[in-house]
Design a protein around this ligand. Sequence first.
Ligand code: C5P
Length: 405
Amino acid sequence: MTMNLLEGRKLVVAVTGGVAAYKAAELVRLLGKAGAQVHVVLTRAGARFVTPVTFQALSGNPVWEDLWDARVPNNMAHIDLSRDADAIVIAPATADVIARLVHGLADDLLTTLCLARTCPLLVAPAMNRQMWEHPATRRNIGLLASDGALVLGPDAGDQACGETGMGRMLEPETLCEAVVRFLSPKPLAGRRIVMTAGPTFEAIDPVRGITNISSGKMGYALALACARAGAEVDLVSGPTGLAVPEGVRCTMVRSALQMRDAVNAVITGADVFIGVAAVADYRPDQAEEHKIKKTGDGLTLSLVPNPDILAEVAARPDAPFCVGFAAESRDLDQYATGKLRAKRLQMVVGNLVQDGLGTDDNRIVLYDADGRHPLPHASKALLADKIVEHLAGLLAAARPARSGA
Ligand code: C5P
């Protein structure tokens, strides 16, 4: 999680009485780490699971439990807390609290706070699977959503009661990402983006192959940044050890030919194509069915060129806005601008391999029809946001978003 994504944001995290309350402690920590100022509201049942001391230590703020809190001179904790907040996040939200919210009850601090709020409400339900599936809960969740609350999860999995099924609260990392996404500006709303990332692997035989050094970190960070900015993202990824970013549809492939097929399967109607993958330029003309045995003699491999996926997409009659990456070991300006022209791209992200290969940060320069735009040395996550910002600006000028976006 990038450090400053929630800088300046004020959040109320409300913890109600479920076993998942222990995960709320981690959520509060993560939101604080992302820069948010967090105030925790703990219901009486919530306090039976985790004490206020834990939340006070993690949030660095006093914990709110009582509608009649003597610390608030005007007795208006419910008004003051909600007026100040950018969002209220209830995690975990029990079936009971959801039912009470839906009916507009206001008999404790949390429900009063929610009724008096002017800010958005995000709700992460957590309950036993039977309670989740009960018609009353189904009805209440529908009403809560139609009242404008954003319902996050729940997930399926093991439950505290020993059963397995729907009702587990989403993991703290997922919830934190959902809050970041909810509060992020959406300059790519209504846009569909197809991307490639990672290396490709071209088999020589069942155990050997040709590949490029690429961690996939930049591509995955960019996919996440595009999704946060409101885009619908299809990521086609070569082999990496990375987790698929939240909110991104991902197809895993191995070779360049598979990558091309996977791109072609989703490219029609896309607004943007971003080629981040380090595609192998050549592949063995045919992979051996069985492992090649050592003979002690030299070995000559016969290679054939792979298709240039980016150039093919850019040459389509319905070509989307195309962005390429140029990783060079020298003469970056010359090679990057050469690619911009030769492949008919609208933007190229260039970097010197010695600055960013496999690492968490990088130094990059953006190239477009207006020239070169160097960005300061930064983490790949932060650079991804900067690339999105630049891309969104170019895109808005070149192809205004469809109405309704
Ligand atoms: O020509 P070069 O390989 O340096 O271009 C790099 C850009 O082209 C990257 O955006 C990369 O993802 C894309 N590319 C591709 N298919 C290839 C080779 C490169 O899409 N076969």
